[in-house]
Design a protein around this ligand. Structure first.
Ligand SMILES: [Fe+2]
Ligand SMILES: [Fe+2]
Length: 274
């Protein structure tokens, strides 16, 4: 069962004067990636083909992710009435495809798959929390709070299943760290870059990965404050199996904060927002 419904959001309170047009571009890209989770549910059902409990959880998870896309898309159409969410989603679907016909995880193990899912939910929960804090537009703020709450629940869902498989597959802390950090760096791969391209750039403009990822990241990363990154490092530590709230986490946070904000500035300069 969904924890909230799109029609319950305060749509009548939409205030165009509080819309940041740069954030609208990031929201458009995020909306189609969220909706595309239906493909990941197919992929997860294949990877966990003999685990009906997890398959059911994955199907339920996908329903919530689709709702995130639909709600963000509806907001983006209020902010930019020229833009069409369904058309943009179709363009994204035609442009970006993930391999679905698998019988095992591309991460090498089911534990690895669930670690990767935990990292995705770490990213989304922090992004929507940061976006809710960054925007003064009341509908987007309310929407992002609801989405962030779902994403934290998704993290817990995948984390609990990850522990179930960890007992069988016995993956070392080092391997867990490698998979987790590998998935974090994948955020700069084609998924978000092509989402930016298909939701913000004209159809006759050639795709350029570096330009598109810089455009997306410059805007999305700008919403983050140090407190959001602190939570991210805590969730990564938890997923890897290291003690959160430790001296090591303080050090990881210190390094992550420096890297994150210098990267945001680099992306912003690349696209003329710096
Ligand atoms: Fe989501
Ligand atoms: Fe999620």
């Amino acid at each position: 069962m969904k924890h909230w419904q799109i029609d319950q959001l305060p749509w009548d309170s939409f205030d165009p004067s509080k819309v940041d047009p740069e954030l609208v571009k990031a929201v458009k890209a995020a909306s189609v990636v969220e909706r595309n989770s239906v493909d990941y549910a197919v992929y997860l059902n294949n990877v966990f083909h003999d685990d009906p409990d997890f398959q059911q959880a994955a199907d339920h998870w996908a329903v919530e992710e689709i709702q995130h896309g639909d709600a963000l898309g509806r907001w983006a159409m209020l902010a930019d009435p020229q833009w069409d969410y369904q058309d943009a989603f179709q363009r994204y679907r035609d442009f970006y495809k993930i391999q679905l016909d698998v019988d095992q995880s591309i991460r090498g193990s089911r534990t690895g798959e669930l670690i990767a899912r935990c990292m995705v939910e770490t990213g989304t929960s922090s992004f929507y929390t940061a976006l809710a804090d960054a925007t003064d537009e009341p509908v987007l703020k309310a929407l992002c709070k609801q989405i962030a709450a779902d994403e934290f629940r998704h993290f817990k869902l995948f984390y609990d299943h990850m522990h179930r498989y960890l007992k069988r597959e016995k993956i070392s802390t080092l391997q867990r760290a490698r998979i987790a950090l590998g998935r974090v760096t994948e955020s700069e791969d084609d998924e978000l870059a092509s989402a930016y391209h298909t939701t913000n750039e004209p159809a006759d403009m050639p795709y350029d990965h570096n330009r598109c990822i810089a455009n997306y990241m410059a805007r999305a990363m700008k919403t983050y404050q140090p407190k959001h990154l602190k939570r991210v490092t805590g969730m990564i530590f938890k997923t890897i199996g290291l003690t959160p709230h430790s001296k090591l986490q303080d050090l990881a946070f210190y390094i992550a904060e420096k890297l994150f904000f210098s990267r945001q500035k680099k992306f912003a300069r690349m696209v003329g927002l710096g």
